[in-house]
Design a protein around this ligand. Structure first.
Ligand SMILES: Cc1ncc(COP(=O)(O)O)c(C=O)c1O
Length: 397
């Protein structure tokens, strides 16, 4: 049987064998609880603190600013709800964009139900948030601005450093009530350079399973001095911000994944950009009625996202799976829903256009041979599907 071609690295990545090797002792002989005083506990605690240093280093943070969590969903919930609840005395306004991941959108909706006001910024046709719109949306009662670093669906990279500068300037203006800046970097840490200080970021979400580490480990960078409430109360782990026995093996794996990315981030990005550009050029050139979603240049090195006229996305994903290509219509979290993606609607696609989307995301083990195979079989697949398309008109493809 032929091996499948995996082009869904934005949904999750395989764990790098070097990461697995680093994790293994922490399941068996080094299994201690980091809160225990005996040597087993202290060994685990040592590994935890070393891991904190490695994760912090990849984003230019201090180790004590890293709070380990179980997932990006948890980190994003903690960032939004934790900062809003801790600063609600005199303020109640938050700013997000219309193209955030569902865990930000839903956290914001919940905060709204609790009396907070949310501004959802529009994006342009490429999915870009305008820094000027952020500036205009900031009010005296703004607590937090949260903008995704790069879209998990269309790959567009936001001008985070510019937005950070605007928020810093507003903080000088409003002085007493600091406006915090959070970014969801689940799709970017380890793929493109991040420096939380240069970019004026106060809170940042990152996730292990998006960067060749295991599931069950993630982090929230929380700048020193940030007023934030925990969501989980208990034994006071992670400086009281995230109680619960620490998942040392997964965190050791996350740290190893960070170290591997740090060493090879630029070279790997260049390699993926070359393959991605070949894929985009090939698809747009070979398939009539195909369109690129997202920005042509300001996009993640590994992301290609298209919409095809007269095609229904789910049937395309199923058909591709049958011929050994694992792809997606958009975000893995919302692919079970049949509604069109909120991100594609926000960039101006009509519902029927958004339904015809295909996301192909490359990764560490994607080869040119695989891209060539996709370029060979995708045009045929689209042709076949158009013949039986429910959107069929008298089209000329
Ligand atoms: C940008 C972004 N944020 C948050 C998440 C949520 O991650 P998890 O499901 O691992 O909690 C994802 C995962 O798809 C993501 O891509």
């Amino acid at each position: 049987m032929r091996k499948s071609i995996y082009l869904d690295y934005a949904a999750t990545t395989p764990v790098d064998p070097r990461v697995v090797k680093a994790m293994l002792p922490y399941f068996t002989e080094k299994f201690g609880n980091t809160m225990s005083l005996h040597s087993f506990g202290q060994e685990a605690k040592g590994a935890l603190e070393e891991s904190r240093e490695a994760v912090a280093d990849l984003m230019g943070a201090k180790p004590n600013e890293i709070i380990f969590t179980s997932s990006a969903t948890e980190s994003n919930n903690l960032a939004l709800k934790g900062v809003a609840l801790a600063n609600k005395e005199k303020r109640n306004h938050l700013i997000i964009s219309q193209i955030e991941h569902p865990c930000i959108m839903e956290s914001a909706k919940w905060l709204e139900s609790q009396g907070f006001e949310i501004t959802r910024l529009k994006v342009d046709k490429y999915g870009l948030v305008s820094p000027d719109d952020v500036r205009k949306a900031i009010r005296k009662d703004t607590i937090l601005v949260s903008i995704i670093h790069a879209s998990n669906e269309i790959g567009t990279i936001q001008p985070i450093a510019e937005i950070g500068k605007i928020i810093k300037k507003s903080n000088i203006q409003y002085q007493k009530s600091k406006i915090y800046f959070h970014t969801d970097a689940a799709q970017t840490l380890g793929k493109i350079p991040i420096d939380v200080n240069k970019m004026n970021i106060d809170l940042l979400t990152a996730s292990s399973h998006k960067m060749y580490g295991p599931k069950g480990a993630a982090c929230l960078f929380v700048r020193e001095g940030t007023k934030i409430e925990p969501l989980l109360h208990g034994g006071g782990h992670e400086t009281g911000l995230r109680s619960s026995t620490v998942n040392v093996a997964a965190i050791v794996g996350f740290a190893e994944a960070c170290k591997i990315c740090q060493k090879g981030v630029k070279k790997e990005a260049q390699r993926e950009i070359k393959l991605r550009n070949k894929l985009i050029k090939g698809v747009l050139g070979k398939i009539k009625g195909s369109h690129l979603n997202g920005h042509p240049q300001k996009r993640l090195p590994n992301n290609a996202n298209f919409w095809f006229e007269f095609i229904e996305g789910e049937s395309m994903v199923i058909q591709l799976d049958l011929i050994g290509i694992a792809a997606s219509t958009g975000s893995a979290c919302s692919s079970a829903k049949l509604e069109p993606s909120h991100v594609l609607l926000a960039i101006g696609l009509k519902p029927e256009e958004a339904q015809g989307s295909l996301r192909l995301t490359l990764g560490r083990w994607t080869t040119e041979k695989e891209i060539n195979y996709v370029l060979k079989v995708l045009p045929e697949t689209i042709k076949k599907l158009r013949k039986i398309s429910p959107f069929k008109k008298s089209f000329k493809f």
